[in-house]
Ligand binder design. Structure first.
Ligand code: NDP
Length: 445
């Protein structure tokens, strides 16, 4: 790494002790920026790099709530407003027991560049809580969401900060959060949250957008080699929002997804995933992957090892950060995997990324491949502001166009900085330069 970016990285580590996921995300971006700074040294002026790695604002708050047994529970809430150069802070809320400041900071940092890649007017932010919705009743989830929003409402707004869903936060949680916001503000600010229900300001295609976009990105990468997804075996991890709609789009494009997973294990279904059954188990019943296997002859549940042990030509990690390590990457490559597109945020470890790049396969980082979700959130904001509603076809056509543009921006930036086909460099360089140019225009703020 060039000296200037090395210094910034050292400061980040010293200032954000123990926040290893944040260090990892910053390191990856700064590594990519070395050739950008070498060609355009002004991007290192006026402490621009030091400013971009420091959140504009971080809020950490107590979330007290009462469970069904009458016990008081206390969780911790976070909202990290990272960068507002391009527009209101935008990024999801994650409810998962692993959530801490470092996780939210890494997600918020990634979000800056992802949102810039979409070419829409959205800044970067992220939030969440160490609350675990698994096994909680609807009433408990509602009381938690109401308490969480009671504090969060002070910090967000349609022109300030617009949260959405992420792990553990789907339509149910967004509904409870919006209801409390509306009550506190006495104002129907539909644009304050995205991922809303279709009957109250949500956008068609938002539910599908992240998974669909990830697969569209994989298809664009394959097209550069004159290939397509048609007939390819696809390994998918996760079984939540992103995984389900990645499977759906892959099937629509003629591929055969054969796996999915949750924290209890992974499922192999050689005949191809039965999507209706998967949706029933996960979206309707909020069940575990074993509930799919018990109703699907031929499918098997594996509780040892990783989904990456299953031979596939395409891998779509759609669960969580650092779920695909060096060993998983080596197995995928040995079994002939030629395409990896990240539906999750930072699912591949640095060792895995190095292996994919050394092997010369098509590898797309999450900030490019999964940007369809936030892009469609911005389309939801646009519809809310215009008090209008687009058809599924209109929204999907816009998503398809945005994903194609992101792909082409990554390809062009990788070529400009001398590493054709390097989507990591391409995504980081294209996203960074868009944000950096605006930060320069806004002065030292
Ligand atoms: P969901 O909560 O809908 O699903 C998450 C899935 O991943 C579940 O199957 C869950 O299993 C599994 N999972 C989560 N954490 C772990 C873990 N520590 N170990 C093993 N499995 C785990 O979340 P999403 O589908 O929305 O999000 C998945 C990923 O995609 C995340 O990285 C998120 O940041 C990213 N993303 C999401 C976007 C969106 O629009 N939703 C947009 C862009 C990125 P279990 O239920 O057992 O925990």
């Amino acid at each position: 790494m060039a000296e200037v970016v090395e210094k910034v990285y050292e400061q980040v580590v010293a200032r954000n002790r123990g926040e290893t996921e944040f260090h990892q995300a910053v390191r990856e971006v700064l590594d990519s920026l070395a050739p950008v700074i070498a060609k355009h040294p002004h991007y290192a002026d006026d402490a621009l790099l030091e400013r971009i790695v420091e959140p504009e604002r971080q809020v950490i708050f107590r979330v007290p709530w009462v469970d069904d047994a009458g016990n008081v529970q206390v969780n911790r809430g976070f909202r990290i407003e990272f960068n507002s150069a391009l527009g209101p802070y935008k990024g999801g809320l994650r409810f998962h027991p692993s959530v801490n400041a470092g996780i939210i900071k890494f997600l918020g940092f990634e979000q800056i560049f992802k949102n810039a890649l979409t070419n829409q007017a959205i800044g970067g932010g992220k939030g969440g809580s160490d609350f675990d919705p698994h096994g909680r009743s609807d009433a408990e989830v509602m009381r938690f969401c109401q308490s969480f929003m009671t504090e969060l409402s002070r910090h967000i707004g349609p022109s300030t900060d617009v949260p959405a869903g992420d792990i553990g936060v789907g339509g149910r949680e967004i509904g409870f959060l919006f209801g409390q916001y509306k009550r506190l503000r006495n104002s129907y600010d539909a644009g304050v949250l995205t991922g809303k229900g279709l009957g109250w300001g949500g956008s068609l295609v938002r539910t599908e957008a992240t998974g669909y976009g990830t697969v569209l990105f994989a298809q664009s990468m394959l097209a550069t080699k004159g290939q397509s997804l048609e007939g390819k075996r696809v390994a998918v991890s996760g079984s939540g929002n992103v995984a389900i709609y990645a499977i759906e789009k892959a099937q629509q494009l003629g591929a055969t997804p054969i796996t999915f997973s949750d924290s209890s294990g992974y499922v192999v279904d050689e005949a191809g995933v039965d999507l209706d059954l998967l949706k029933q188990v996960k979206e309707v019943e909020r069940g575990r992957v074993a509930d799919y296997v018990s109703r699907r002859p031929g499918a098997r549940l594996v509780t040892e090892g990783r989904v990456w042990d299953v031979p596939a030509e395409v891998a779509l990690p759609c669960a969580t950060q650092n779920e695909l390590g060096g060993a998983g990457a080596a197995t995928l490559l040995r079994n002939g995997c030629a395409v990896v597109a990240e539906g999750a945020n930072m699912p591949s470890t640095p060792e895995a990324i190095e292996a994919f790049q050394a092997a010369g396969i098509l590898y797309a980082p999450g900030k490019a491949a999964n940007a369809g979700g936030v892009a469609t959130s911005a389309l939801e904001m646009e519809q809310n502001a215009g008090r209008t509603r687009w058809s599924f076809e209109t929204a999907e056509a816009k998503l398809t166009g945005i994903m194609a543009d992101i792909h082409d921006s990554c390809v062009a930036a990788a070529e400009e900085y001398g590493r054709p086909g390097d989507y990591v460099l391409g995504a980081n360089a294209a996203g960074f330069t868009r944000v950096a140019d605006v930060m320069i225009a806004h002065g030292i703020v």
